[in-house]
Design a protein around this ligand. Sequence first.
Ligand code: MRU
Length: 339
Amino acid sequence: MKWENGVYLVLDQLRLPENISYIECLSPEDVARTIVNMNLRGAPLIGAAASAAIVLNYSLEDPADFRELFNMLLQTRPTAVNLRNVLEEAGCLYESNRSKTASELRDVFKTFSDHVHARDLERNLTMGENGADHLESIFGKKRLKVITHCNAGALATCGYGTALGVIRSLKKRDMLEHVFIDETRPYLQGARLTAFEMVCENIPHTLITDSTASWVMKTEDIDIVITGADRVAANGDLANKIGTYPLAICANYHKIPYMSAMPLETFDLSIMSGRSIVIEKRSDSELLFFNGKRIAPEKTAGLHLGFDVVPAELIHSLITEKGVISGGISEEKIAGLFK
Ligand code: MRU
């Protein structure tokens, strides 16, 4: 994303990799639409975009308007907690600046939004190094074969990425052999976005269907499976793109460590376990139609869940900007990251 003459420009991820084009956002509703329609996606990026949406609001002095804006943005997508966490930060900022004029408040929120974007990149760079250190401590300087799912890269964040940030850091250390990318139906974030990032970075990679992953684990000497996360509960259960749960099960069956990388912003310590995570249910037309043409019989209904939840016992390591926890994920270890 970028700002140009007071307009927030959102890279349209639905048009990648063929087209690099931007959607002009002139109002908070414009930003909200890009989130709902998946032009912009990925847990940290959704949070950052919400901070920019506030800057585009012209009646900031009115607390009722601010609350309405807050709720409108919060409802765009339910699973990734980064959105709520950034909005709550903005809410505190609003409370402590209530006496300011609308234009002063806009300046306050522009500074805040720039900070949210910049700090996400910083966190990812640190997370990438933490992840690479952790992997070096397990595998030495071995060049690793990795499976990843969906897109947890520069495109899902404000740069560098979470899971792909670790992969980028491995590449820098010459510790990367190959990346297998799940295509991730129906939006094909793996095929369109992760593969695009791998091409840009000159990283050796192969695209597979999600259902190929277990066979690749059996036949390709995979060293690790690594994904991002959209919400991590206090006990370590985590929600990520649908298909992550079976991936973690298969990784455990094959004794391959399943790891996930995320900033602390992705933790939701207010919920004890993954049972309380709200799973986004999207329109079944996104499954039933392909390229505008119906692919299933008229009388067939679809179930399109955006996310699933991986129980903590299947997780080998959680990689954050504050450090890595592994060797059994527990509430105590997670609480330790926040000290
Ligand atoms: O539906 P999406 O594309 O927003 O889902 C994205 C994911 O599930 C990512 O893996 C997650 O947000 C982590 S991104 C750093």
